[in-house]
Design a protein around this ligand. Structure first.
Ligand code: GRF
Length: 185
């Protein structure tokens, strides 16, 4: 599931991984809030089916319908809390990727450059990304995998975000495959 503001680069990383014959998953559907978002262009480039589910009346039911037949859900740039109906339908099978080392630098409002600005302002020597299970609170589910990188003295949020994003593209397909193969329920 992608959001309106993302580039779709993590979705593309998952799609590229899924294209390998030995990878233990395939993408059944990319769910986007509307059709004219960059992540949908990225999905189209991979020839993936896309469903648009806009927020508003009946959002939870429409989302559950769009996700029917899916086993795992990966949030990639999706910034809303998920409706309870979706969380209940996919217990411990919804993953998200966050561009920092949780539990630090997570929570409501911690997305995009806000995260990297906070990491730099705190003087952290390291940052990275976290793949975690999704629950009813922002960025608080069990962390499955983290990859780390240095924060350099002359970093700004752009340079740090770019370094972390490279790690995200490795971490997300790896964490999903590990979770599937571990038979998480
Ligand atoms: C990534 O930085 C991810 O960690 C966060 O949202 C961003 C989405 O980027 N959850 P992209 O759309 O996958 O390029």
């Amino acid at each position: 599931m992608v959001g309106a503001k993302g580039r779709g680069s993590n979705m593309a990383a998952l799609a590229a991984a899924c294209a390998a014959p030995e990878y233990p998953a395939f993408i059944k559907i990319v769910v986007a809030p509307k059709a004219d978002v960059p992540a949908v262009d990225a999905a189209d480039a991979f020839g993936l089916p896309v469903a648009t589910v806009s927020p508003g009346d009946g959002f939870a039911t429409r989302l559950v319908d769009a996700l029917s037949g899916c086993t795992w859900i990966c949030l990639a740039g999706f910034t809303r809390l998920l409706p309870e109906e979706v969380l209940e339908k996919f217990p411990s099978r919804i993953l998200n990727i966050h561009p920092a080392l949780l539990p630090k630098f997570g929570g409501k409002g911690m997305y995009g450059h806000h995260v990297h600005d906070a990491v730099i302002a705190a003087g952290e020597p390291e940052s990275g990304c976290s793949v975690h299970l999704v629950n009813e609170r922002y960025d608080e589910g069990t962390v499955l995998l983290q990859l780390k990188c240095s924060v350099l003295p002359d970093d700004d949020s752009d340079t740090l975000a770019a370094r972390v994003l490279k790690l995200e593209h490795v971490a997300y397909p790896r964490a999903l495959a590990e979770a599937i193969l571990a038979g998480r329920t």
